[in-house]
Design a protein around this ligand. Structure first.
Ligand SMILES: [Zn+2]
Length: 358
């Protein structure tokens, strides 16, 4: 048979209520050739067999809208988009249409934007009143079922940890490990994995490590500027941008390195700690600010703060942050991630995971 001719034949599908013999007898009466009889329904819901079943899944969409939501105390609200044909419909609580909700945020790096379909009760993750919320995870994402003109929904901001915990339950109870807290803090300060590129570069990790071991736990301002400038191929603009961002976000603080008159060791003082009389953090003696030759005995310097000052490469936080960023860049831009977590099963299994990402 000519394969092209076959395309114009008929596929006769058996309905579930029909007996096999009745189906074959009646199908034989349909005056179309070629004719193929099929007793199973195509499975458009199963992506892996859609092609084999020739079941294209059509997507019917009535409208699309971007909404700005303001988060107050961890919650926000939005109104669902109703299709025009249904605005006056009365359905007595039955859903008539669905909205797919995609979440984005420029300043909430821990916001979950991907939800595994195996989470049965996603309402408990996102809804402020889960019992009354009809939301499910479909292959499209978070899908809200609604009717008539739509309604206002109150949701809690879903974090990566909350999504991961719900996904792991009841097999495991998940909690952030102490290393995970450092990673989370590091990424919070940097404004998310996608903004961690410079800080998590191997050269910078080594630099932060070096500074964390220095007696004054600080680095001369001109030295850091030079290293950052070299890192940015000798361009001043990106160097200044990174430094400004780091100072704004609290990666670093600017202060003064001062030599102690008593022990000769270097100290670092924040701007608001400077005064005529200083106390040496090394020998604990008081000494007078070197007013005679301040340029020789002091110099502007940056001190890394918080996770950036933790020895041992911030307990691996830099590596985890860099890995999450790299994997995110391979994804569609939407990910849900958690920093290092500990998993405990009711059966006594205890696991530690460096990070998890959907
Ligand atoms: Zn001293």
């Amino acid at each position: 048979m000519n394969p092209e001719a076959e395309q114009f034949g008929a596929v006769v599908l058996k309905s579930r209520s029909l007996a096999a013999d009745v189906f074959e007898r009646e199908a034989a009466r349909i005056p179309v050739t070629p004719r193929r009889l099929q007793t199973t329904m195509p499975r458009p819901w199963a992506p892996d067999v859609r092609q084999a079943d020739q079941a294209d899944r059509p997507i019917v969409s009535a409208d699309e809208h971007d909404l700005d939501a303001t988060v107050v105390d961890g919650s926000f609200s939005f109104k669902t988009l109703a299709p025009r044909f249904d605005r006056l419909g009365v359905h007595l609580g039955r859903a008539a249409w669905a909205n797919v909700v995609e979440l984005h945020s420029a300043d909430m790096p821990t916001l979950a934007t991907v939800f595994p379909t195996s989470i049965d009760d996603v309402a408990r993750v996102v809804a402020r009143w889960p019992a009354t919320e009809s939301v499910h995870v479909s292959s499209e994402g978070l899908t809200v079922f609604d009717s008539a003109g739509g309604q206002t929904h109150w949701w809690n901001v879903p974090t990566g940890l909350k999504v991961f915990r719900t996904w792991a339950t009841p097999r495991f109870d998940a909690s952030v490990s102490s290393a995970g807290r450092i990673t989370k803090r590091l990424l919070d300060i940097l404004g998310g994995p996608e903004r961690s590129r410079t800080a998590t570069h191997p050269e910078m990790i080594l630099l932060f490590d070096e500074v964390s071991k220095a007696a004054s736990r600080s680095i001369r301002a001109d030295l850091l500027y030079g290293k950052l400038k070299k890192f940015h191929q000798n361009h001043d603009v990106p160097t200044k941008n990174v430094l400004t961002y780091w100072l704004q976000r609290g990666v670093l603080a600017v202060g003064l390195q001062v030599y102690c008159d008593e022990c000769g060791q270097e100290n670092w003082y924040a701007l608001d700690e400077l005064s005529e009389r200083l106390r040496c953090t090394r020998c604990l003696e008081h000494f007078t600010f070197p007013g005679v030759s301040p340029n020789k005995k002091s110099g502007w310097a940056y001190r890394p703060l918080g996770p950036f000052s933790v020895e041992g490469h911030a307990h691996g936080a830099f590596t985890v942050a860099a890995t999450i960023r790299l994997l995110q860049s391979y994804g569609s831009g939407r990910t849900t991630w958690v920093p290092s977590v500990e998993l405990r099963s009711p059966g006594g299994i205890h696991l530690e995971v460096d990070f998890a990402l959907f």
